[in-house]
Write a protein that binds this ligand. Structure first.
Ligand SMILES: [Zn+2]
Length: 78
């Protein structure tokens, strides 16, 4: 079965992380670590899609999933 769809980027949610504060990745061009994060505020959603680092506020990986359905596509924020 295909994975649900990310409401942020439209790609399949094949990998999500519960570390919205992200990671630091080595940038050999600058010789420094580059910070990748979804946390633009303190109440960032607990789950983010690693493909786009978009928040998945209405998503939880242990909820029933439907193939090809946009994850958490509820009448949330308009
Ligand atoms: Zn995404």
């Amino acid at each position: 079965m295909d994975a649900p769809i990310c409401p942020n980027c439209g790609q399949a949610l094949t990998r999500v992380v519960d570390v919205p504060y992200g990671w630091w990745e080595w940038d050999k061009d600058t010789g420094t670590y580059h910070h990748t994060t979804a946390a633009s505020r303190v109440d960032v959603a607990p789950w983010v899609h690693t493909g786009c680092m978009g928040e998945l506020r209405a998503f939880h990986p242990q909820n029933p999933a439907a193939a090809g359905q946009v994850a958490g596509a509820a009448p949330a924020s308009a």
